[in-house]
Ligand binder design. Structure first.
Ligand code: M6R
Length: 613
């Protein structure tokens, strides 16, 4: 949801800024822009479309050579996709330029106030309002320099922001601040690189300041000062960035989504390492240790998330009830937040999120905490807003996910929710032996995914047969109902094919009317408690001319009599099966998008982390 990069240092910064921006392009790619102060003057260039368009435009107008600057890649919220709405935005008096990720909620009132003061706006964005407000407050003659003007402006603002600001009159100063949107300040040798995430920084330095909400940092080549928006000095927290450069490069794959699908075995081995004790039948989750007592007594689990993370949460819901025998429910964070939820004593809320920045999930978590719930996080992105807010949690440890379509985070989320389930179950009714059996099976998941990945070419050929069909169904029961939802989401978000996922039984309550000759229906038909019932549903589809693609358990020859195409996955206890059955669906979606010629990693209208409600 918008990527920002800013630089102050001793070398011309345009190429460093653009290189960083390309690494953040997954966060938004409607338009891009750059501002650099050169010979005491602000130079700005903006372009609709990708960062590559901006590069071309810069080439044609003459590249910038200044040593302080900032740049932005946008995912539109306020105002359409135009050059005027692209960032940076400038004020109309003092040569101030700002880039922003987040939303200024009271922008309309501020705009009216500023218009009354005579400011003239050129865009429809909330960010331009912030630029004008900083400009209005800026008054060096009265001691209000850029840092103070930014602090004062942010005291007037409600909403979320990560911002970077420069000003012609202070050509060596960069001011950055955050509240609710991520921002990191990388500390290099005689230079500072500020960015929305570490991906834009690690090529230059791994030392960084992580900011808390309401922190403001004034940076020059001589050093930096950290304060709050009320100008209270803050001791900076300097940390080592864990990210390796190779983790954010394609490394021989054509797309990040493809790389991340194929990385799943390795990612899950990392996720499970040190957390399973098969010999004693127990789960080791250091992150939950401090709350082990409360967790023993818990009476109700609410899992909350959006998108793919919600599908993983739904599998968690099934597992927690089935294996740990605790009432559980998975809910859209956006709905949970606003429906006046009842949080009783003994309720734990688990927020599931790859990015840890999803605004809906963050808001639900805040609501749950205010109502007294114990909160846990199942998060990938270390140090993200959600992970900082939860009482405890378990990181996915699957490495950075860059493709907009979530893949390895999904299997990681299900793996962690399995561990949490077993952790809870062992504190209640589950025997060490039963837990050991599940853990043994869980440890086989990475190798089994490796086996599924060897079928990549066949999965592509099957996808090719149906890729021109515009409507698909994904059907499953029990643990694989959420997998059906996930298969449909994957296909629609990157191939733009209309797909619906649903419980297989629900089909006959209406959606069956959609089935016509040749319509693809993907069935999660692996062996499990409801196998026979799924077979009946398959026959209902066939009888109406639908084409059945079945994801089935290896060795199931019978299913070939019913399905037009069968994709096999190895056998595994049913609760763990979604981590296997989802893989052919991820590959189908990937191949469908490539075959249709779409930009797999940057699907239209989407952004990787959705930081607006
Ligand atoms: O970062 P999160 O896991 O909180 O993101 C939640 C959803 O926005 C995300 O899963 C989205 O649905 C993906 N595009 C799915 O591939």
């Amino acid at each position: 949801m918008c990527g920002i990069v800013a630089y102050v240092g001793n070398k011309p910064c345009q190429s460093l800024l653009l290189e960083g921006l390309k690494r953040l392009e997954y966060r938004g790619y409607d338009s891009a822009g750059i501002a650099v102060i050169q010979d005491g003057k602000l130079n700005i260039c903006k372009s609709v479309g990708r960062v590559a368009n901006l590069e071309d435009k810069l080439e044609s107008i003459g590249n910038f050579s200044g040593k302080i600057g900032l740049c932005h890649t946008r995912w539109a919220t306020h105002g359409g996709v135009t050059d005027a709405n692209a960032h940076p935005h400038v004020d109309d008096r003092n040569g101030i330029a700002i880039i922003h990720n987040g939303i200024i909620e009271n922008y309309a009132a501020l705009k009216t106030y500023l218009e009354e003061k005579g400011h003239v706006f050129r865009s429809q964005t909330d960010t331009e309002v912030l630029a004008m407000l900083i400009g209005e407050l800026y008054c060096p003659a009265e001691g209000i320099d850029l840092e103070k003007a930014v602090q004062a402006a942010l005291r007037e603002v409600t909403g979320a922001y990560a911002i970077a600001v420069i000003c012609e009159h202070e050509p060596d100063t960069l001011v950055v601040a955050r509240k609710g949107s991520p921002l990191i300040v990388g500390i290099g040798a005689d230079e500072y690189i500020v960015a929305s995430d570490a991906a834009a920084i690690v090529a230059h330095t791994t030392r960084a300041i992580t900011l808390d909400d309401y922190n403001v940092v004034k940076i020059t080549t001589a050093g930096f000062r950290t304060s709050t928006i009320h100008d209270v000095p803050v001791t900076p927290r300097i940390e080592q960035l864990e990210l390796e450069l190779q983790e954010i490069e394609l490394g021989g794959f054509s797309h990040f989504m493809q790389k991340e699908i194929h990385e799943q075995p390795k990612a899950l081995r990392n996720c499970l390492r040190g957390r399973t004790d098969v010999r004693d039948g127990r789960v080791i989750l250091g992150g939950l240790g401090d709350h082990a007592k409360e967790l023993t007594k818990l009476r109700h689990v609410v899992l909350t998330a959006q998108g793919t993370a919600l599908h993983a949460a739904m599998i968690g819901e099934y597992m927690i009830e089935d294996l740990a025998k605790i009432p559980a429910i998975a809910e859209y964070a956006s709905e949970f937040r606003y429906r006046n939820p009842i949080i009783e004593d003994g309720t734990v809320v688990i927020a599931v999120s790859q990015s840890g920045e999803t605004a809906d999930t963050l808001a639900a978590l805040i609501e749950a905490k205010e109502r007294g719930a114990l909160s846990l996080g199942v998060i990938n992105s270390v140090g993200s807003s959600i992970s900082r807010l939860t009482d405890a949690g378990v990181y996915l440890r699957v490495g950075p996910e860059i493709g907009v379509a979530s893949t390895k985070a999904f299997t990681g989320q299900v793996a962690v929710l399995t561990l949490i389930t077993l952790f809870l179950a062992r504190r209640r009714y589950m025997s060490a032996d039963t837990c050991a059996e599940y853990l043994k099976a869980l440890e086989t998941v990475p190798d089994k995914i490796d086996q599924i990945l060897t079928q990549n070419d066949r999965i592509r050929r099957v996808t090719e047969k149906y890729v021109d069909r515009e409507n698909w169904l994904f059907l499953g029961r029990g643990y694989n109902y959420p997998t059906a939802l996930e298969g449909a989401l994957k296909l629609k978000e990157i191939s733009y094919i209309h797909a619906e996922g649903m419980p297989a039984a629900e089909m006959k309550h209406g959606p069956i009317a959609l089935i016509n000759e040749g319509m693809p229906a993907v069935f999660l038909a692996n062996r499990g408690r409801q196998y026979e019932k799924v077979m009946s549903n398959i026959q209902e589809v066939r009888a109406r001319g639908g084409h059945v693609i079945a994801v089935a358990t290896e060795g199931d020859e019978e299913i070939k009599r019913y399905a037009h195409d069968v994709l096999y996955v190895p056998d595994i206890p049913e609760p763990l099966s979604p981590m296997l059955t989802v893989v052919p669906l991820q590959l189908m979606a990937y191949h469908a998008a490539v075959l249709r010629g779409h930009d797999v990693d940057k699907p239209r209208n989407l952004a990787k982390s959705v930081t607006v409600e």
